[in-house]
Write a protein of this length. Structure first.
Length: 753
């Protein structure tokens, strides 16, 4: 099927090389700025309770605090000192002048003691953001506000000793995006030299080793350029930057390694460079296409998920893998046809490295497997089972530690808030109560219901405070509360900023903020949100007929987790089913796809088990810069790792089986084909896996925990797959199955001979 396209590509190889070079140059500028258009927080493709609550807050309140920044100020004197007061007033003025800030709340305007630390030297200002401005990713205003504040501090007398940092959703988003871009550059800088060294060992030649790196870089450049264009029409998560880089380098180099290795084999058989390139496309090119399609299936399955993080990773992964496949079967063979024997330069490297590629060691291993397949299955299966055990203790949720980069400005400000006991202010659970048309939340009929709801929420030991109209004045009885609000207009005039944030103009919609204790983890926050929904669902006396919605950061993550875990089995079934059908079509065998799917599931399960052991339980986590056990695994990680790894690990299955099937078709002897196929591909698979582990492993040391989880999971999956699965279990099972491996393509089983 590839004969005619292969001949055409090689015939016009100059044009093929020029076309790819033009594409890379076209997309390079966009790829360089892609991190500016990526978002951190997820967006939903469907409406749920948390999104409804957010929209209602924006619609019902004239100046809603739907999103805000926290400006943390640490001074050398107490906040009552005139120097401190001057700094607070100046910060308030600077922030209030910004068009994206609707109001600034501070200790001096609200009089809330929770806005100041126990030593009275740290306080926080809350800058509420305009809803119509805070959703524009391309116009992040955090750098502008930080610059204005620093400029003010340099000009204000006696302000040099004050430490001012900004945190909050928008600041954390900006810092995570910036750090993710730095992690990507750092990951590439770590991985590329090591990868080049492994490729030099694999090829024994610098020219041949450089070609796969070029293919990987070009694939990433074009894919990220397309992602930057796609981000104008679809929200694209910051994780697409890391996934595209990791996967692009990994598969681009892997596929190129297979192609270049096969090209050299064909040259060594006496073919001319042109004929060798054509033959390479027909053989290794077919394996690359089959393998690439299996990887694409995994990423395409992510399109069915309702979250922008997973959907955009699916887009980025699909683009970079498709680009890498096309480069490996067109651009690379064209370059090889031009270079010919020059790929072996410098030749002095080949001699000392030749023994690394001697097949004798792999041949001995293949013979051992042939004679002792059951022992190999027992040893390999026991190892996989042992690594899978921790998976039984997995806890899905938001990590208890390391979630935000601790060395970023927003991360340090968040730590300062926790130190002063106000960390929960950043992520309150927000309960919106909307009454029927014409009713007032301050009426004698509804106030008792709001007070009952507030008191029920405050009883939760994980809750530090509850803010709302029923708790503006603490320790008031229901009767005293009714008397306090007997003149609602007068109370609103007395507390204008509070009522602008917590009660709509028509008094019909009110907001309750549940502030968690600082000791509560992010997963604990999700439990608080679930508890609030349980109270609301049970019905609150006095709020009959009201629409009670629970939103906020924790509630949003509850909805994310529920949606992802609900759809995860469907994603798994889709990937397994389509992969099995494709392998059946490629190898005309029923056992091969079933075995491949089952063993891939085992390797992924073992990967999750090791991830739980290292990250959730914290054993060895310090090596990756973790401050302690995460206590939970983010729900997005299993979905992304499974979808990515299942296709990537299938690469080695396809590489191995393609060569085994070639030999079997020539000889009809299954044991001989299995041994020869393993001996011929083991070195390539080992080097390819080493490169993948290096590339993915470099990102396990990133500063963003989600990227660390993905990098570690991908590296561990490839390591297990290329060792225990492809080098032990797959060939052992193939020896036991005999000619049944190729049924129904080979109908009548007979003994090898």
């Amino acid at each position: 099927m590839l004969a005619l396209p292969a001949k055409t590509l090689i015939r016009y190889r100059g044009w093929v090389i020029a076309a790819w070079a033009a594409l890379a140059l076209l997309f390079a500028p966009k790829a360089a700025r892609v991190h500016d258009v990526l978002t951190v927080r997820g967006a939903y493709t469907r409406v749920n309770e948390s999104t409804r609550a957010t929209q209602l807050i924006k619609q019902a309140f004239p100046r809603p605090i739907a999103d805000y920044l926290a400006i943390v100020v640490r001074g050398p004197v107490r906040w009552t000192n005139p120097r401190f007061e001057a700094v607070i007033d100046s910060l308030t003025a600077v922030a209030a002048r910004k068009p994206y800030v609707t109001q600034v709340i501070s200790l001096r305007t609200l009089g809330d003691s929770s806005f100041v630390s126990k030593d009275r030297r740290t306080t926080v200002l809350v800058a509420a953001l305009a809803p119509e401005r805070n959703d524009d990713i391309s116009k992040n205003f955090v750098p502008d506000l930080r610059h204005s504040i620093r400029d003010m501090l340099t000009r204000l007398p006696a302000a040099a000793e004050f430490d001012v940092k900004i945190t909050g959703n928008q600041a954390l988003d900006y810092d995570v995006r910036t750090i993710s871009a730095e992690d990507t550059r750092r990951g590439e800088a770590r991985a590329l030299p090591l990868t080049l060294a492994v490729l030099v060992l694999a090829f024994g030649a610098l020219v041949a080793a450089t070609l796969p790196v070029i293919v990987g870089i070009v694939a990433i450049t074009i894919a990220l350029g397309v992602v930057a264009v796609a981000a104008q029409y679809e929200p694209m998560s910051v994780f697409v930057l890391n996934i595209t880089t990791m996967v692009g380098l990994g598969v681009g180099i892997d596929y190129s390694l297979l192609v270049v290795t096969r090209f050299r084999e064909e040259l060594n058989r006496g073919l001319s460079p042109t004929d060798a390139a054509i033959r390479t496309i027909q053989t290794a090119g077919a394996a690359v296409i089959t393998s690439g399609v299996t990887v694409v299936v995994g990423f395409a399955a992510l399109f069915t998920t309702p979250l922008s993080e997973t959907r955009s990773v699916g887009i980025g992964g699909l683009l970079v893998v498709a680009t890498a496949v096309l480069l490996a079967v067109s651009f690379l063979p064209a370059v090889l046809a031009v270079l010919g024997r020059d790929i072996d330069r410098p030749r002095w490297l080949a001699r000392p490295l030749a023994r690394i590629h001697a097949p004798s060691g792999w041949e001995r291993w293949a013979r051992w497997l042939n004679h002792r397949p059951w022992r190999a299955i027992a040893i390999g299966g026991a190892a996989i089972g042992l690594l899978t055990v921790p998976l039984t203790q997995i806890r899905i949720g938001l990590p208890a530690a390391n979630w935000f980069p601790p060395k970023s400005e927003s991360g340090m400000a968040l730590a300062a808030l926790r130190a002063m006991g106000a960390g929960g202010v950043i992520y309150p659970t927000r309960i919106v109560v909307q009454l029927p048309e014409g009713e007032s939340a301050l009426s004698g009929r509804r106030l008792p219901g709001l007070k009952a709801l507030t008191d029920s929420l405050r009883k939760d030991p994980r809750v530090r405070d509850v803010r709302g109209v029923a708790s503006l004045r603490r320790n008031l009885s229901t009767l005293q509360l009714a008397l306090f609000y007997s003149d609602p207009a007068a109370v609103r005039v007395r507390y204008p900023e509070f009522f602008n944030a917590y009660l709509s103009d028509d008094n019909r919609t009110t907001l309750i903020d549940v502030i968690p204790a600082d000791t509560v983890t992010l997963t604990g926050l999700m439990d608080v949100a679930r508890h609030a929904r349980h109270i609301a669902a049970g019905g609150v006396r006095g709020l009959q007929g009201a629409d009670v919605l629970v939103g906020g950061f924790a509630a949003t993550n509850v909805d994310v987790q529920h949606d992802l875990l609900t759809r995860f089995p469907g994603v798994v079934a889709m990937i397994l089913g389509i992969t099995a059908v494709m392998l059946f079509a490629a190898f005309r065998s029923l056992l091969v796809p079933l075995k491949a799917v089952l063993l891939n599931c085992l390797s992924v399960s073992a990967t999750f088990g090791v991830t739980v052991f290292v990250f959730q339980h914290g054993y060895g986590g310090a090596a990756f810069g973790l401050e302690g056990p995460t206590g939970a695994i983010w729900a997005v990680v299993p979905v992304l790792v499974f979808a990515t790894v299942f296709g990537l690990s299938m690469d080695y299955e396809v590489f191995l089986l393609t060569r085994v099937k070639e030999v079997f078709d020539k000889t009809g002897r299954n044991d001989h084909a299995t041994m020869e196929g393993l001996s011929a591909t083991a070195s390539t698979i080992t080097f390819a896996a080493a490169i993948m582990v290096l590339v993915f492993g470099a990102f396990a040391f990133a500063q963003v925990l989600a990227v660390q989880l993905l990098g570690f999971g991908l590296a561990m999956a490839v390591l297990l797959d290329a060792t225990l699965i492809r080098m032990v279990l797959v060939p052992a099972i193939m020896h036991i199955a005999g000619r049944w491996n190729w049924w129904p393509g080979v109908r009548a089983p007979k003994s090898d001979g």
